[in-house]
Write a protein that binds this ligand. Structure first.
Ligand code: HEC
Ligand code: HEC
Length: 437
């Protein structure tokens, strides 16, 4: 984490947008649980070769989320309303980084999953979800999960800069899970929810059978324990931490938080033979004090949330059913951000439809133990922007929202059963409601 000394004053500028993260959310610090370095996301399987990125889209002029009548051409992937000129510039510069195709000379690989953030995060706009999945593996014996870290687990990298390097799922692995790419719209609002607000959700009275626990993670940015909220297992607390994690684990670009390359299936000799670019690869630009991961985090932080669709008589009826079936116990309609140096993120209502807690989902759990999250535990998926998703549930198994609800188990079993028992008309009302989120 060597910051060149010439960075000086500019770093303070970064502080406003990026390190802001650490400043606001000061909830109770969770217990100091043993917490391996979070191993968040990784990449997909069957990705087309490098260069499959959508063409860059022109950054919007300003505030395009407001007052757009009728069908919206590109309502997602826009900046938050009410940004200052400097914040808008940071959003646009971050968007360039998010779309940038990384090269081998620039540090890509030796093993990686794709060549840019947008290669996976693209549905509905830059920053969206996609069908692209990444693979995690491990070995479970008598209910004890081993991430097989010495063999490159738990995240698989499916591509490499040279043929001899490709990772495979080791034969010892008996637990293999896929995770689909999640959307990032509104991520800055989720980041700005204080830890204490999420923790409060564990204390609320709940119907029998529903619990929920916080994910406690060591945040690499601040170095303190925080409440995780990003990723299918709520495995990261801040966007900058997730950004650094994605750079190293999805693209093989080492950075000041994650300075070590992944060795192919743990083979350090093989890594040494092919790793030609000196670490840390994501260097801080002396001009503005930011590395690429800082810019990508700026972009995600300033992305507007998905706009709500218009309510209809049917969707209003469906909202009541959503509450009656206890969907809203886990899919909490709103939370509020704390004080934040960026006015557009400060004291805002966040209509995310999630408590950001981990729930035991029974057989729907993905079998991977990650941080505080047990094998069957998953983060309540935020439901905003549901209609722009190409596929649903953590592994993308659901091709419709109806299938996603029917796939619930564990703590959500009773909700799911009552959903299945609805009349066709009521079920349609509920789906119409979900379609407005
Ligand atoms: C190979 C595909 C792929 C690439 C490339 C990729 N991501 Fe992701 N991203 C994913 C997947 C899959 C997940 C869900 C992972 C999980 O939860 O285990 C994810 C989740 C995230 C999340 C968590 C969002 C939430 O729902 O809480 C963030 C933030 C994120 N990615 C940022 C980035 C950034 C920044 C980059 C570029 C540096 C990037 N990603 C590159 C596939 C990708
Ligand atoms: C016990 C908490 C809980 C309850 C109750 C619950 N859910 Fe969920 N829901 C979750 C979790 C956790 C996930 C993520 C599942 C996964 O990881 O695959 C999820 C995922 C979803 C998804 C898919 C979202 C996505 O991004 O793929 C939909 C749609 C959904 N829930 C709707 C509902 C509806 C409708 C109800 C009521 C009938 C409901 N849920 C009740 C916890 C709950």
């Amino acid at each position: 984490m060597s910051m060149p000394s010439f960075v000086g004053r500019r770093v303070i500028v970064v502080g406003c947008l990026v390190a802001a993260t650490a400043a606001f959310a000061q909830g109770p610090r969770g217990p100091q649980g043993p917490q391996g370095p979070g191993q968040p996301p990784r990449a997909p399987v069957g990705v087309p070769g490098p260069g499959a990125n959508p063409a860059p889209v022109a950054p919007p002029a300003a505030n395009p989320n407001q007052g757009r009548p009728g069908p919206q051409l590109n309502p997602l992937g826009q900046p938050l309303a009410g940004l200052t000129a400097a914040q808008l510039a940071a959003f646009n510069e971050g968007g360039v980084e998010f779309r940038k195709v990384e090269t081998v000379a620039g540090g890509l690989g030796p093993i990686f999953n794709d060549v840019s953030c947008v290669a996976c995060h693209s549905a509905g706009g830059v920053g969206g979800a996609s069908r692209t999945t990444v693979t995690r593996f491990g070995r479970t014996v008598d209910g004890v999960f081993d991430a097989l870290e010495s063999q490159g687990g738990s995240l698989l990298q499916v591509r490499s800069i040279n043929r001899g390097l490709r990772e495979v799922v080791p034969t010892e692995a008996n637990t293999v899970a896929r995770r689909v790419t999640t959307p990032l719209f509104g991520a800055g609002l989720i980041e700005a929810i204080p830890d204490s607000t999420i923790t409060l959700g564990t204390l609320r009275a709940k119907p029998a059978g529903i619990a929920g626990k916080v994910s406690v993670v060591r945040d690499v940015v601040s170095g303190v324990n925080r409440i995780g909220r990003f990723g299918w297992k709520a495995q990261q607390a801040t966007l900058l931490a997730f950004s650094g994690d994605a750079y190293v684990n999805e693209m093989g670009i080492t950075n000041r938080f994650f300075p070590t390359e992944n060795a192919p299936n743990g083979n350090v000799e093989l890594l040494a033979r092919f790793d030609r670019v000196a670490d840390v690869e994501d260097e801080i630009d002396p001009v503005d004090g930011k590395a690429d991961m800082d810019r990508a985090a700026d972009f995600m932080r300033l992305l507007a949330p998905p706009p709500r669709g218009p309510a209809t008589a049917s969707s209003v009826a469906g909202e009541a059913i959503f509450a009656r079936l206890d969907c809203a116990v886990c899919h909490t309609p709103t939370m509020r951000t704390g004080r934040h140096p960026i006015a557009a993120l400060s004291g805002k209502e966040v209509g995310l439809y999630s408590d950001l807690l981990l729930h035991d989902m029974g057989a729907l759990g993905d079998g991977i133990v990650q941080g505080t999250a047990g094998a069957r535990e998953m983060r309540t998926a935020p439901l905003w922007g549901l209609r722009s998703r190409p596929t649903w549930l953590h592994d993308g198994r659901a091709n419709t929202v109806d299938q996603a609800v029917r796939g619930h188990g564990g703590e959500a079993q009773s909700s799911r059963d009552r959903y299945a028992a609805l009349s066709a008309a009521e079920r349609q009302q509920l789906l119409d409601f979900l379609n407005t989120l």
